[in-house]
Design a protein around this ligand. Structure first.
Ligand SMILES: NC(=O)c1ccc[n+]([C@@H]2O[C@H](COP(=O)([O-])OP(=O)(O)OC[C@H]3O[C@@H](n4cnc5c(N)ncnc54)[C@H](OP(=O)(O)O)[C@@H]3O)[C@@H](O)[C@H]2O)c1
Length: 299
């Protein structure tokens, strides 16, 4: 059975391997694949499903695939990103977005609503946090969180109003390990590692990825040139995932996939437990040597 960790102060116990719902939306996974991959993963111990209002069709697909067994998983969504549209961070717009998410997900509550990567100034202005607090009061969500990186993530941890943080942590994105994670750990914030295998972007070799979203990690990984990326792909992904989950204060890693069988494959790879300390240190040391000042957390 997959390991579960206490999710900060929430009282939830989350599977260390979660499910990231961006890919099934952006990459147009067929409904039958989503049904197969989510149901087999839930049967094998998955209990964290993460999605967002703006991932095309992701919420609808998840709702159709697994709402009949709603008690088997914690459901996390996000609000306020408005991909490709004008950002609207007003209270009324966020609450309307959450109500829409509940309909799409075919449920009357989610376990977590996260602000989807608004900037520091928007956070500091406070209206977005009040909107989430109101959503919690209305019973739309049990907990509230921030999803994003850098100084905004640090503010979210320090302001004391969020239960959870979702942040990029992986072999090609280590800013959070020094800047944010120790403080989140100290304050018992539930931490979700997003992009936890760095999109496996080393797999593209010398060819730049067709997907621009993967380009920055691909460029970084070429410079980092970690020896483990020469391993067969499945083994290398396992090293990357174990690195992320070995960081103190990380509770769940939401690997994105549109492939039936992938969650079970990755869960099996975690049976070896945390990476040996010398491997973790080698990856940390290489990052310190190579990372430039502009290698900041990627949303
Ligand atoms: N701002 C935000 O809030 C934000 C931003 C980014 C992401 N997120 C969240 O984080 C989740 C994860 O991020 P992500 O999907 O960008 O990055 P990721 O989990 O690091 O990478 C996913 C990629 O890795 C591949 N992969 C996974 N396991 C593999 C294996 N064993 N062998 C080969 N390839 C493997 C997947 O391909 P296959 O499809 O073939 O499995 C997919 O292309 C998202 O789904 C979303 O929920 C949130």
């Amino acid at each position: 059975m997959i390991e579960r960790r206490k999710f900060g102060k929430t009282g939830l116990e989350v599977s260390v391997l979660g499910f990231g719902g961006a890919e099934i939306g952006y990459e147009g996974a067929p409904q039958s694949d989503v049904e197969a991959l989510l149901n087999e993963a839930l049967d094998a111990g998955l209990n964290v499903i993460d999605t967002a209002e703006c991932y095309p069709d992701s919420e609808e697909k998840i709702g159709r695939a697994v709402s009949h067994r709603r008690k088997d998983y914690y459901l996390f969504t996000k609000c306020g990103h408005f991909d490709g549209r004008t950002p609207d961070w007003s209270r009324s717009s966020l609450l309307a977005s959450i109500e829409r998410s509940l309909k799409r997900l075919r449920t009357d509550y989610v376990d977590l609503v996260q602000l989807h990567s608004c900037g520091l100034e928007v956070l500091q202005a406070g209206e977005v946090i009040e909107a989430l607090e109101e959503a919690r009061q209305r019973g739309y969500t049990r907990f509230i969180g921030y999803s994003g990186d850098g100084q905004a993530a640090l503010y979210a941890v320090e302001c004391g109003r969020f239960d959870t943080l979702q942040i990029s942590i992986n072999v090609a994105d280590q800013e959070a390990l020094d800047l944010v994670l120790p403080k989140a750990h100290e304050r018992q914030i539930g931490v979700i590692a997003k992009r936890p295998v760095a999109n496996a972007a080393w797999r593209y070799g010398d060819q730049p990825p067709a997907e621009p979203y993967h380009t920055i990690y691909w460029e970084r990984l070429r410079k980092l040139d970690y020896p483990f990326t020469k391993l067969p792909l499945g083994e290398a992904v396992a090293v990357a995932l174990r690195f992320t989950l070995s960081q103190p204060g990380v509770h769940t890693a939401i690997v994105g996939t549109k492939k039936p069988g992938r969650w079970v494959e990755n869960a099996r790879a975690l049976a070896d437990g945390p990476l040996p300390p010398e491997m973790i240190e080698a990856i940390r040391q290489r990052w310190r040597e190579v990372a430039g000042p502009d290698w900041v957390g990627q949303t």
